[in-house]
Ligand binder design. Sequence first.
Ligand SMILES: [Zn+2]
Length: 291
Amino acid sequence: MARERADGPCPACGASRTPDAAAGALKICPACGYHYRMEPAERIAYLTDSGSFSEFSGNLRSLNPIDLSGYEEKLSEAEEKARMKDAVITGTCAIEGRELILGLMSFDFMGGSMGSVVGEKVCRALLMGAERGLPVALFTTSGGARMQEGIFSLLQMAKTASAAAELDKAGAPFFVVLCDPTTGGVTASFAMLADVILAEPGALIGFAGPRVIEGTIRESLPEGFQRAEFQRDKGFVDLIVSRRDQRRVLKDLIDLHGARRGEKSDKDREHKDTKEKREKREKKEKAEKER
Ligand SMILES: [Zn+2]
């Protein structure tokens, strides 16, 4: 597939991109269904209940932890280009009246790379979900770890993964929507740890890019390698969801998981009861043995 250019023709079918062809607010090619890349503000507009999004941790800014020359300038340029302070925006919102925590990454901000700020904000979103018993949905797009922050960028993989484990322990659901492209350290950490992994049609999803892999193994890769559909067939993705259906699917998933605190299903309670009973019984048996 050709590379997407701003205002260029559809990279999938070559249809020209008139204002009409951007298919209104959803940026879907009307000829073939190709999903153009999208920035967080555009997603908030079509995903969330009008006016419900309330950002948190919006003032976090990256330092230059390894004193790399030129990094501060790069950050300022990215801030201007993406109109964001780093590559992810997090907030509370509602979808069809269901409260959730939403995080959206921006590819315009240094290729959606994950540095200390992205890691911290993703962590806070996941931990807030754990604390409040709310579902967390993250829309990912990333070239991987932010090399300009050296080891500090790689640390974010362990940090976000452990926050995802906290959310899991709290029993609140975690959903990820993999958007084009999701690669590197983001794929290798929180993006693959969700309870349900969704993807946008045609999104590139992988660790290393296809060119790097081809260069390493010196073999040509199969058709559609690392696209969302391929990853679904291989079991990495649960469901491919068009932007037209994302609100409905997220709403259904939240309902299915009974996310609100204290609304665990009877089955969960039953399971807990038997677990507690079993532990009590084992304790008693152990005490009897020791006697
Ligand atoms: Zn098209």
